[in-house]
Design a protein. Structure first.
Lengths: 341, 273
């Protein structure tokens, strides 16, 4: 990691980056503004002719324009369109659309499958975020010990994170095969029958949670490891001199110092779990009996399998609002809890 | 002071590594097994031969060569343009003085809050109306904009020594020359890290190409792989695992060769020092 101790402030403030609810909050160190002599700046600005101003604008548009145009065309405009579509009764590809106001929303809220979808989303998200953070931190603590071969071990533990979610889902589908997979063989060796991973909705949900954890836990461990390595050795030495045992040191010193890292990870893994699609599509297609249908999966299934684009857009809008609320709540929480950066 | 040999630590490390490696080994071994070896109880770990029958079957059933070419094209072009867009935008945001620059920075940052998954229906409708279904531009263009890359590049550019760029400006180097001849060479580690993470992401991209492509000869590897799953009623695990190996192996090789840079890219966004 690069040192960010000295950071020359450019003309603009980076206030947006620090307080804006960006998807990666907590990633920007507070920029130090060492503005040069104000009088000198004013003189320089007066000297800048109108022509240079125009040239700067032209260059700015030339360099930043294409990217910003793409963001507007494929992120902001479709976001607004999605709000609009959510008020339509409209099948994808169809010429006819009827404005139904908030009917799609009330339909979703009163649909008999909705409590189930919300339940699956909550369980899947909490299990993958909570489990991932706990296991990831454990792995990071392990990789931070002075063990031989910990470098190669770290590489292997991170490897699943870079693999295709579809490929991971398919290979685990075979690992979980109730008759011919490894899991069945291991359980059989200790005299247990294999759960019906493919046919029981609850076991199917456990299965996709395990696979999501397996794929992502290495990334969480990697980020925690970087956080651990940033803790100064003398802090830990002082704690040891004061007679603090390893458990006390961990609870009173390491965990609080990892606050910003935990915050960053909780936001990013929560957002990615809520948008998880590939593994569910490859393994269960939301089944059996909608036992693994999360809100994200419902958006896809309603929009592109059932073709109900308006209804799907309503679910997408609700999920978007949830994502924003989660991010804002976490930002408020972190303002109170974390003061270590 | 005597140091105890941390036997517990090594056992834990071994368990963690085994949990990561075993499923991958299982996939690799299964890709060489015949139907009878797959469907045998108790399970048979090693295949009787390493003849690549399943691989030739997989390549025969679906156009894997085309999948590979499509994945390579969309990954290289997509990640390449994305990096260039990110560099240009970050340079403009840091080094070119214009009013309302903060607004443009906000446009980039707030885009991070809008996942592509949320806007699939309007984007699909747009791409379909442009006649871009089953085309490379249909796969690539909607995900081309760089928000996170721009953000990281901007952070890096702010840490560059201004004296170098001032000297270049005094020597008469214009903005474009300053970008390509000074800023880019001073930023190669960051660019490499962001580029590698983009390559991995593009290669694994699934939902969007699944929506805009339904002709097998335009499919990328993750989409084409699922064709092996659906060819007939009963899953032919051997062939499916061979396909899975073909999809995962290239990225695993890239990862193990470049792991230092990829790890740097993954941690770049998180670590604030």
């Amino acid at each position: 990691m690069t040192s960010t101790a000295t950071r020359p402030a450019a003309g603009e403030t980076s206030g947006q980056a620090e307080t804006g609810p960006g998807a990666r909050p907590g990633t920007v160190p507070p920029a130090k503004r060492n503005v040069p002599d104000p009088a000198e700046r004013a003189r320089a600005r007066k000297l800048q002719s109108r022509r240079t101003q125009a040239r700067n604008w032209l260059l700015f548009v030339l360099l930043a324009g294409p990217n910003i145009a793409l963001l507007i065309a494929f992120t902001y405009k479709p976001l607004l369109q999605s709000f609009y579509y959510s008020t339509l009764q409209w099948n994808i590809g169809s010429q006819r659309a009827i404005n139904v106001g908030f009917r799609n929303y009330t339909d979703w809220l009163t649909d008999s499958t909705t409590p189930q979808v919300i339940g699956v989303t909550v369980v899947f998200t909490l299990a993958t975020v909570g489990g991932g953070m706990v296991i990831g931190l454990g792995l990071a603590l392990l990789l931070n010990q002075k063990l031989k071969l910990r470098g190669p071990a770290r590489t292997i533990i991170v490897a699943p994170y870079v693999l295709s979610g579809v490929a991971v889902g398919l290979l685990w589908l075979f690992v979980f095969d109730p008759n011919f997979g490894i899991v069945a063989a291991v359980l059989g060796a200790i005299g247990l029958p294999s759960p019906a991973w493919y046919n029981d909705p609850q076991w199917a949900l456990v299965m996709v949670i395990i696979v999501q954890l397996w794929k992502n836990v290495g990334y969480i461990a990697l980020i925690y490891l970087a956080g651990l390595q940033a803790i100064q050795a003398d802090v830990l030495e002082a704690a040891a001199l004061d007679g603090a045992g390893p458990v006390r040191t961990f609870r009173r010193i390491i965990l609080p110092l990892l606050g910003p890292t935990s915050f960053f990870l909780s936001v990013t893994t929560l957002l990615s779990s809520l948008q998880s699609f590939d593994i569910i599509q490859a393994m269960t297609k939301g089944g059996p009996l909608e036992g693994t249908t999360t809100m994200m999966y419902e958006i896809y299934r309603e929009g592109f399998v059932a073709g109900r684009a308006g209804y799907s857009s309503a679910v997408a809008t609700i999920l978007f609002v949830v994502l924003i609320i989660v991010t804002l709540v976490q930002l408020r929480f972190v303002e109170r809890k974390v003061h270590y950066s | 002071m005597m140091r105890r040999f941390p036997i517990g630590g090594y056992i834990a490390l071994l368990v963690a590594v085994a949990a990561m490696v075993l499923p991958l080994v299982w996939m690799l071994l299964a890709s060489f097994k015949g139907q009878t070896e797959i469907y045998s109880l108790p399970i048979q770990w090693l295949p009787s031969s390493f003849a690549p029958t399943n691989y030739s079957d997989a390549l025969g059933v679906v156009p894997f060569g085309a999948f590979f070419v499509n994945s390579a094209i969309t990954t290289v072009v997509g990640a390449g343009i994305k990096i260039i867009l990110g560099l240009m935008t970050a340079y403009a945001l840091v080094f070119i003085e214009v009013p309302f620059k903060k607004v443009f920075f906000a446009i980039v940052i707030f885009a991070l809050l809008v996942p592509q998954q949320i806007v699939i229906i309007p984007n699909y409708t747009l791409v379909a109306s442009l006649g871009w279904l089953n085309t490379y531009q249909g796969i690539i263009v909607p995900g081309l904009a760089s928000a996170f890359g721009t953000f990281l590049f901007r952070q890096h550019f702010l840490s560059l020594p201004p004296s170098v760029l001032e000297a270049a400006a005094l020597d008469g180097a214009g903005h474009l020359r300053r970008l390509w001849a000074f800023v880019v060479p001073m930023s190669t580690p960051t660019i490499a890290a962001v580029a590698l993470v983009s390559v991995v992401t593009e290669w694994n991209e699934y939902l969007w190409p699944l929506l805009v492509v339904d002709r097998p000869n335009m499919m990328t590897l993750p989409i084409g792989l699922t064709l092996l799953q659906n060819t007939d009623g009963i899953t032919n695990w051997g062939v499916l695992m061979a396909g899975t190996v073909l999809v995962t192996l290239p990225i695993l090789i890239v990862f193990f060769v470049m792991q230092r840079k990829i790890v740097a890219g993954l941690t770049a966004g998180a670590v604030t020092g």
